[in-house]
Every structure is written in C-alpha cells, then in structure tokens.
Design a protein around this ligand. Structure first.
Ligand SMILES: [Zn+2]
Length: 47
C-alpha cells in the first residue's frame, strides 16, 4: 500500500522508518510501533 506514496518521496526522507504492519512512518526507530504495536518497523533506505 505504501508503494505509491514512496514513489513521490525524494531521497531526502524525514521519516526513513516505516511500520510494515500499518504503514506508519517515523523519524526514529521504534522497537514497537506506537500505532499498531507491531514489531515490523524497518528502515526504508533503498534508493
Ligand atoms: Zn504499525
């Protein structure tokens, strides 16, 4: 679901971390997503 949004994001990312569970993005890395409680937060550093 985040693909279309990612395409519009330049290399300058304010929120490089993204929860794979709910799609929430963060500036800092969380051990647990504050939005959905998931553990699948990954850095979106490709490109
Ligand atoms: Zn989440």
């Amino acid at each position: 679901m985040g693909l279309l949004r990612r395409l519009g994001v330049s290399s300058e990312r304010e929120t490089p971390y993204e929860c794979m569970g709910c799609g929430a993005t963060f500036r800092v890395r969380y051990q647990v997503c504050p939005e959905c409680g998931g553990y699948t937060i990954e850095r979106d550093d490709w490109g």
